[in-house]
Design a protein around this ligand. Structure first.
Ligand SMILES: [Ca+2]
Ligand SMILES: [Ca+2]
Ligand SMILES: [Ca+2]
Ligand SMILES: [Ca+2]
Length: 390
């Protein structure tokens, strides 16, 4: 009698548990995001990649981290200040490596060029504009002013590896990649070309891949080079690695940007702007030392990295292979019909790609919320039955 009552209580508990968990997860997934968006924040590039409806699904999870390996980011910028990755286990300015990661006082990332703990501006150096611009394309805040990034709620890890002339050593790049992996990055953005595939960098790229850190890079190119005059039919490292999603740049009219390299191996394309009237045709983003600026040729990579960050926000375990599949199968075909050597599979479609990622997220939510509790219930039931007949 007592046992039967106990059993029915247990069954009832399992049922309530299952229903509650289901509502928590289904509720969490379908909850709409309130958008505080001013239409002036929307640069034309965001229309081209069809982002608006993706933001109804997610504007990014603050636990997702995109490492920007670049010239350093000015996080005192009011449109970026909320999205700075902070190494919480590291106490600043005490001269100690509190989290024991090999870097002293790396509260806000690391400067791999000067090998110090200040990756952002220490003065008014213009070269920090590059990294600041990239960070804004990824994650400028949706706050009603300035600009807005593709994934405005994720965090950006500031890893400076470029020198004052935006050049770099592949050795510093490899150290920055290792740092990103070891300190919790989910995505790495390379607005960098011309790296050498040295052994250290090969190993770091493999290390990031093995730890499911998704990397995005540029096919490469020089701003002043017209491809018709000086053909540049090759993909530069790090984008040339199989483990890095390779992105080419489009112009204002969705044509091929004439400063960009090309070649088979490009996965997708995204708007990079063009060498014409800057006020109309250049993408707009956050800048250092002042406010905002227009620049062509570097926005294509961070837009794709931002979309990958949105996908990871729905399900952190999404792999490179899945991210590539979602991006390439939903891309809008431009240029010659089908895959081509200028646009790869085509212009990214942020909303469609994020919807694909949401399907995976739903499947795992359904497993956790419905299937898993039922399985547990079944096991408990079977065990009790076995005990009864012993
Ligand atoms: Ca440290
Ligand atoms: Ca410290
Ligand atoms: Ca803003
Ligand atoms: Ca095509």
């Amino acid at each position: 009698m007592f046992n039967a009552k106990n059993r029915s209580l247990r069954k009832r508990f399992l049922l309530i548990f299952t229903i509650t968990i289901s509502f928590i997860f289904v509720g969490g997934l379908s909850e709409g995001t309130s958008l505080i968006l001013d239409s002036n924040e929307m640069c034309w590039i965001l229309d081209r990649i069809n982002i608006i409806d993706a933001w109804e699904i997610t504007t990014g999870d603050p636990d997702i981290v995109v490492a920007v390996i670049d010239s350093g980011i000015d996080f005192s910028h009011s449109d970026l200040i909320d999205n700075q990755w902070i190494n919480k286990d590291e106490k600043p300015d005490n001269g100690k490596d509190d989290d024991n990661n090999g870097y002293i006082d790396d509260r806000f990332g690391w400067d791999f060029y000067y090998d110090d703990n200040e990756p952002g501006p220490e003065g008014m150096e213009l070269y920090h504009g590059h990294g600041t611009f990239v960070a804004g394309i990824i994650a400028a805040s949706m706050n009603g002013y300035g600009v807005v990034g593709v994934s405005p709620n994720v965090k950006v890890m500031n890893l400076r590896a470029l020198d004052k002339f935006l050049g770099h050593s592949s050795y510093n790049l490899s150290k920055a990649v290792n740092y990103a992996v070891d300190n919790g990055a989910d995505v790495i953005n390379f607005c960098i070309d011309g790296a050498d595939a040295v052994a250290e960098l090969n190993a770091s790229i493999e290390y990031a891949y093995d730890n499911n850190v998704i990397m995005v890079g540029s096919v490469g190119g020089f701003g002043w080079t017209n491809r018709r005059i000086w053909p540049r039919e090759f993909i530069e490292f790090p984008a040339a690695y199989d483990e890095v999603i390779c992105v080419s740049a489009t112009d204002y009219y969705d044509g091929y940007a004439n400063y960009s390299n090309w070649g088979y191996g490009i996965d997708v394309s995204a708007p990079g702007g063009e060498l014409a009237d800057p006020m109309i045709y250049y993408p707009n983003s956050t800048w250092h030392p002042v406010g905002y600026s227009q620049l062509y040729g570097i926005s294509h990579v961070p837009q794709v990295a931002g979309v990958v960050a949105l996908m990871k926000s729905l399900n952190r375990s999404i792999t490179l292979e899945q991210a590539k599949e979602f991006l390439t199968t939903t891309a809008v075909d431009i240029g010659d019909p089908g895959y081509d050597e200028y646009f790869g599979h085509g212009m990214i479609n942020a909303t469609a790609a994020v919807l694909e990622a949401a399907k995976i997220a739903e499947t795992s939510f359904i497993f956790v919320s419905l299937v898993a509790p039922l399985l547990i219930g079944l096991i408990v039931f079977k065990r009790r039955q076995l005990k009864k007949y012993k």
